[in-house]
Design a protein around this ligand. Structure first.
Ligand SMILES: [Mg+2]
Length: 367
């Protein structure tokens, strides 16, 4: 089996809520997603998806995915897509860095491996743990009472874990955390994600002001060192996200006892192969994970479901059903949320079939 063609479609994903807003006034109203197809010489096609959270969240942007595929694609024609380590070795040799460019190709090759072996991707990634995967809901940054209202609405839909977008004015953020926590049940979990938005002194003020509140603190500051300083001055459970972009950073964080939970995003690490390495290291080190991606639609959600479902339950903190945040369905067979949970497909590969009428013409084609 050989890779004969790599292609991509560009698809716009408008948000159900109209916009998504986080730290520093950053916001997105329509996501620009790239659906990547890898076709074999025998005519099998596997699919992946890469959707950056705008151009200002991670070092990634939507047009960069397409440009990167045109650069990288020619180096991969003729490779066996089932040999994932060999494929990733070639990708790293041909293009330094740019993990998000490689992610869509890697996911598509896992889909192909599943189709070729007639096994779901979660089986290939280690097995199926438990009945389903618990989800959290990200709460877009707004006034404290509006965020509390939104949490109430999503609670009624079955979610029990909520991630508040803070990282704005620290005094308003303190109000946001208090307003939301006061309406949750003791068993609900609340995360305040500053997305690098606080300076160190602001983060110190916030964690002190909410020290009596049951809340996790996620990525308060821009640098690892700033986050570590905050971590050492708070008893809140602590999550690192933006800084955890490699195995090196995971090992460093573990050595420093810098976090209790990490957020692993498939495209941040470069695909399912690299994220599985990080996931397995976290399991070995006893660190729980949020398993997700930067954004996406049905195909990203399917990939997340397989990654999360193949992770031992005690190490799964949360995951994301991105396909329920957007108004467009790009594939049939994707996981659908039920009472705050989703499950990986039992069909071969990712278990999805792209809706070609939604995808439109190909914008990248390498053969
Ligand atoms: Mg985060």
């Amino acid at each position: 089996m050989k890779i004969a063609r790599i292609f991509a479609h560009r698809v716009e994903l408008p948000l159900v809520e109209g916009s998504y807003r986080w730290s520093g006034g950053k916001s997105v109203s329509v996501f620009d997603s790239t659906i990547v197809g890898v076709e074999t010489d025998g005519g099998l096609v596997g699919y992946g998806e890469v959707c950056p959270l705008g151009p200002f969240y991670l070092p990634a942007y939507a047009e960069g995915v397409r440009a990167g595929l045109r650069e990288l694609g020619p180096h991969l024609i003729g490779l066996d897509p089932r040999e994932l380590m060999a494929l990733n070795h070639r990708m790293d040799a041909a293009l330094k860095g740019h993990p998000y460019v490689k992610s869509g190709i890697d996911i598509a090759c896992w889909d192909l491996l599943g189709q070729a072996t007639q096994l779901p991707v979660c089986t290939l990634l280690g097995g199926r743990f438990g009945e389903n995967v618990r989800l959290y809901r990200a709460i877009s940054q707004q006034a404290p009472d509006e965020m509390a209202q939104n949490v109430q609405g999503y609670r009624e839909q079955g979610y029990t874990r909520f991630q508040l977008k803070v990282g704005g004015d620290p005094d308003t953020d303190i109000e946001r955390i208090r307003a939301v926590r006061s309406m949750l049940r003791p068993t609900d979990r609340l995360v305040a994600d500053a997305n690098t938005g606080w300076t160190q002194h602001e983060a110190m003020r916030v964690v002190r002001a909410v020290r009596d509140v049951d809340v996790y603190i996620e990525q308060p500051c821009l640098t690892y060192e700033e986050c570590l300083a905050v971590r050492r001055h708070t008893s809140h459970p602590f999550v690192l996200d933006e800084n955890i972009d490699s195995l090196d950073m995971l090992l460093r964080g573990k050595a420093d006892l810098a976090m209790d939970v990490v957020n692993l995003k498939i495209s941040k690490l470069g695909g399912l192969t690299r994220t599985r390495q990080a996931r397995d290291l976290c399991v070995a080190m006893g660190i729980a994970m949020t398993l997700e991606d930067s954004w996406g639609g049905d195909i990203t959600t399917a990939a997340i479901a397989h990654l999360a479902h193949s992770t031992p339950e005690e190490f799964r903190f949360t995951s994301t059903d991105f396909n329920s945040y957007v108004t467009v369905s790009t594939a049939a067979g994707a996981p659908q949320r039920h009472q705050g949970f989703m499950a990986a497909s039992r069909d071969p590969g990712l278990g999805i079939a792209p809706r070609m009428e939604v995808l439109g013409p190909r914008v990248v084609e390498v053969a």
